[in-house]
Design a binder for this molecule. Sequence first.
Ligand code: ADP
Ligand code: MG
Ligand code: ZN
Length: 481
Amino acid sequence: MEYDIVIGMEIHAELATKTKIFCSCPTTFGADENTHTCPVCLGMPGVLPVLNKKVVEYATKAGLALNCKIANFSKMDRKNYFYPDLPKAYQTSQFDLPICVGGVLDIEVGGETRPIGITRIHIEEDAGKLIHEGADGTLVDVNRCGVPLIEIVTEPDMRSAEEARIFAEKVRNILEYTGVSDCKMEEGSIRFDVNLSVKEKGSPVLGTRTEMKNLNSFRALERAVHYESKRQIIELKKGHRIIQETRKWDDVKGVSSSMRSKEEAHDYRYFPEPDLVPIVISDEEIAQAKAELPELPEAKKARYVSEYGIPEYDASVITTSKASAAYFEEAVAAYNEPKLIANWLMVDIPAHLKERELTMETIPFGPVALAGLVKLIKSGEISGKIAKNVMEKMFEGEGDPETIVKDHGWAQMSDSGELENIIKQVIADNPKSVSDIADGNKKAYGFLTGQVMRATKGQANPQMANQIIRKLVEEQIGSAE
Ligand code: ADP
Ligand code: MG
Ligand code: ZN
């Protein structure tokens, strides 16, 4: 029997507010343990939460960017459960009336457009962190308690690991653009839970699902889907039933294992949060949030194709991060060669960034410097080959490309007299090539050009070198006849 894979996702994103959701403690990542706390986020008796207005604004913007309907009226609820990282013993969340509902996000998979339904987006608070110290026990850090989150819940609309990965990447990209979250996966600012089931191919009836929580890279997400779908199919083929449960994905071992049986909504004893008033958003406020949304990746991509004339592929690579798109636009503003600039941003720069563990946010030179480098090539002052060395030095912090070229004496040889002398020597040293050319083997020209580039350490202008070689060789052949 053949099977369909069915995936629905729950995505948690920490909102980029300066302070927590119900108190004025800071949200900055990486502070000393338990220094960002107060009676409110520690859940002391008698304290009262006050909803951070920015949270409502950011959740509204996220909802609009994901084509949701924004509720004029929503409310907070208590989700009760005990866990050591949750001092209040309940999480303030939203249950039956979330702030956003009914969105959709189209993804492109293998040339096909697939609409993925967004069931809802709700506001909630993050829990703290447990630090396991092995035999020494477990420590609690409550700095993260009360950091605002949105949870995005999708319909079970995805059908493969690739679709799940593309969807997750696209949501992250959009949230980053809108500025509602910094989306740093390595800091846990955005976390993906995958719900997965398999069913008889084509059947309208969904199978029993399992959930894998907190997949912290796109690669882990894809691998987890591959593994878990295979596992479920094998179970079904053996005649076993799938147990609805939460499973842990171990990315090092490449396996998922059972963690606990899935809790049901009624286990949480949800009830309306009595200490907070409902959230009322007017149509004017929604319109205002919409007007404040920046250009989103899709629109940007289309504009790059039409305005800058770069290929769609280039545009999609460059718009995968807000920082690289901004960098590109500034570089093009400094020197109007979009395609040449795009090439560097797609190949050499990512390779350097990866090697040096940098990002477009921490790249050691600005867009004007990149524009300067492209200009040096375009104007013939340096060859494309030398340009790669110049970029290396730019990454090493040697300053702007013009200075680097000067300091290293890398300017292309544009003095034809000097170049002619070198070429004369090369021709004299390679009489075999000249006789080959005389015998009609034009390939030998390529060899001579290579020798000239070598003799000039790549600094000869190849077109100029070619012309001079042809002129001198023809003269020599002519005089020999
Ligand atoms: P719960 O309230 O138990 O978390 P939800 O109905 O909110 O369940 O669904 C949680 C997630 O699981 C959603 O993303 C949804 O699309 C997904 N989901 C629900 N049923 C299935 C299924 N049979 N197979 C795969 N995913 C599913
Ligand atoms: Mg749920
Ligand atoms: Zn606090």
